[in-house]
Ligand binder design. Sequence first.
Ligand SMILES: NC(=O)c1ccc[n+]([C@@H]2O[C@H](COP(=O)([O-])OP(=O)(O)OC[C@H]3O[C@@H](n4cnc5c(N)ncnc54)[C@H](O)[C@@H]3O)[C@@H](O)[C@H]2O)c1
Length: 250
Amino acid sequence: MDGKVAVVTGAASGIGHATADRFRAEGATVIGWDLEGSDAAVDVRDEAAIEAGFAAVVAAHGRLDAVVHAAGVAGGGPVHLVPGDEWSRVIDINLTGTFLVGKHAVTVMLRQDAVDGERGSIVNLASVEGLAGTEGGSSYNAAKGGVVILTKNMAIDYGRSGIRVNAICPGFIDTPMLRSVFTMDGMEPIKRDITAAHQLGRLGRAEEIAAVALFLCSSDASFVTGVALPVDGGYTAGHRHGVSELMGLA
Ligand SMILES: NC(=O)c1ccc[n+]([C@@H]2O[C@H](COP(=O)([O-])OP(=O)(O)OC[C@H]3O[C@@H](n4cnc5c(N)ncnc54)[C@H](O)[C@@H]3O)[C@@H](O)[C@H]2O)c1
């Protein structure tokens, strides 16, 4: 990543924070965006702020090589219990925010010269919950499913311009977002069940997602675009029903 310029959204916490740290350690110039506590205060619902934010990055650093879009919020509930404004909040931040960040990142990347055939790389944080339904997921799953398809569409639209667009679909990752859900009343047995649904038998770490974001933004991934890559400890691999125990496996 030496000499590359990257914007990481949601950089004040969790996956975004770990990604910004890892990119910096690999030699990138990283500009972190978040509501507060990062290099720049950019709300991913605010199109004017996003456009101005990217303009400031190009003015200061000359180009924009990579964007890892990790800003997001938890949310959901069975639909008959979800107020309309709560539905809109989750869709606005998680899906429309991805559109707005992607729109202005691509606009900047299209204007710059290609380096080694590449104008830029965008990685969106979707989720395993964008690949299949989850109990009570509703707005969150709908947003993340939208992020998966938007990512694929952008890969098609901009591939010939040398811009790669991919999504990471993390399993359940031990970050402040997940902790805020797991500490809600009655969640302890659900946490145990969710943890066990990962075939590796544990939750993921933010650094394990940052490592994949790094790969996707690096030239090692020069032929990778339009994928929604599960990084999920086997959560989407399938189901266990106790047969392994019957056969003497762990
Ligand atoms: N933690 C998980 O289990 C998990 C699993 C799958 C996908 N994800 C996704 O990964 C991404 C990062 O999640 P995390 O677990 O690190 O969460 P987190 O809550 O630790 O970090 C998210 C960051 O996004 C910021 N943010 C929220 N709304 C914003 C807005 N409107 N504008 C700018 N920044 C805003 C928050 O301030 C926060 O710093 C999210 O998109 C999340 O949906 C997380």
